[in-house]
Write a protein that binds this ligand. Structure first.
Ligand code: GUN
Length: 278
């Protein structure tokens, strides 16, 4: 039976450390979140970010736009936040409505306030191994592996999913740590052929039961980044029942990667604040 990697516990420790660090500050760091439309999952994520900011003493501001807002209006608003000295971190919650060009949004967020590591210059830094601002979910995966003493150097690691948010930057960060990385995605012909050879499988797709027990090798490490809603319950990409019997370590959804991602959001706000205040 696999050992469960407890992301919630790691996140609580990270938040406690941050709270202590911020306590002596008279002027607290601040995070501004832009939410376009009323995507249900985004509403929940943003609420979790707000609650976490309140817990550690980060000021939180939410700016809502209707789903038919013009792209230029959002761009202008980000520009205004970029210029405000009392805004330290900016998050534009994804997904955005189809008529808004995400790439233009990524380019507009000031690299100094870029909590998600969306800006091309911050991504380029990641490519050359400078990870001063790392994307929150990939960094959470690495944090969990590190906390449980699981080395990634030299390991065969399969990342399922190639999103700009998770799969792609995670693969880069694993390469930076000398892992042998395979990225699988929706056009991959035989997923199981790849996953069976992996020491570590990280799935970030959003498809329940995508990874089953017969697709993994004995003692594989399984990290589940998927979040889907099935019958009003949050569920991951991994068929937990069949996989936990074969794996050595596994994360749960909820309570795995998600809470550590939120803790990383907080830490990234403070890193941005420190860059701006010297
Ligand atoms: N939507 C789902 N996860 C995230 C995230 O980490 N950052 C942003 N900006 N949007 C998201």
């Amino acid at each position: 039976m696999a050992k469960i990697m407890n992301g919630k516990k790691i996140a609580e420790e990270m938040k406690a450390r941050l709270k202590k660090k911020l306590e002596p500050l008279e002027e607290k760091p601040s995070l501004s979140v832009i939410l376009v439309g009323n995507n249900k999952a985004s509403e929940i994520y943003v609420k979790m970010k707000e609650r976490a900011c309140n817990e550690v003493g980060i000021k939180f501001n939410l700016y809502r736009f209707p789903k038919n807002v013009q792209e230029d209006e959002v761009i202008d608003f980000i520009d205004r936040l970029n210029k405000k000295p009392d805004v330290n971190g900016i998050i534009v919650q994804l997904p955005l409505p189809g008529h808004i060009d995400e790439k233009r949004i990524f380019e507009t967020i000031s690299p100094l306030k870029d909590v998600d590591c969306f800006h091309p210059s911050n991504r380029w830094k990641l490519l050359i191994g400078l990870e001063d601002i790392a994307p929150c979910t990939p960094a959470a995966v690495l944090e969990i592996l590190k906390k449980y003493g699981i080395e990634v150097g030299g390991k065969n690691i399969v990342v399922v999913g190639r999103s700009y948010l998770v799969g792609q930057p995670l693969a880069i960060m694993l390469l930076n740590r000398n892992a042998t990385v395979t990225i699988c995605h929706s056009k991959t012909r035989n997923l199981a052929e790849h996953t069976k050879k992996a020491d570590i499988i990280i799935s970030a797709v959003g498809k329940p039961d995508l990874i089953k027990g017969d697709m993994i090798s004995k003692n594989a490490v399984i990290i589940d980044v998927g979040t889907s809603r099935v019958n009003n319950k949050i569920t991951g990409d991994v068929d937990f029942k069949s996989v936990e019997k074969k794996a050595s370590y596994i994360t749960k959804v909820p309570g795995g990667v998600g809470p550590v991602t939120i803790a990383n959001v907080l830490w990234n706000v403070v890193k941005c604040y420190e860059k701006q205040t010297g």
